[in-house]
Design a protein around this ligand. Sequence first.
Ligand code: DAT
Ligand code: MG
Length: 140
Amino acid sequence: MAIQRTFSIIKPDATKRNLTGAINAKIEAAGLRIIAQKRIHMTQKQAETFYGVHKERPFFGELVEFMISEPVVVQVLEGEDAIKTYRTVMGATNPADADEGTIRKEFAQSVGENSVHGSDAPETAAEEIAYFFSGLELVG
Ligand code: DAT
Ligand code: MG
């Protein structure tokens, strides 16, 4: 597998509890390099567009409200097989199903407030990175 980039969000439940550093430590321990990072307060429009794929799901409104409830930290991670590597470090969507040692097992509060986002495929990673960062902000 080649060096890849993925998009990450440290979500409101985690920024609120001052867990940015603890989550970054897990990211870096997994061999992923944080090549871009910024703290933003998402607008409703940004959150709706970002999670547009879920707009028909019953939890969509709740998800958008949660994502704009507090600032988030958006990141680009680079490393070997980064998309899959980060999904493994994150753990399952529902923290009750997440493996020991994963970010969600350790920090997530519920399936909705689950501390982190990570892209699920190369196409979505490229789209999500371009949505929040300009090329000049990616310092690999
Ligand atoms: P993931 O974040 O693991 O990629 P996903 O893409 O299926 O999971 O869903 C996106 C987010 O939507 C997820 O991180 C939290 C929320 N979500 C998913 N399923 C949910 C549910 N059953 N109830 C409440 N929120 C949910
Ligand atoms: Mg997803």
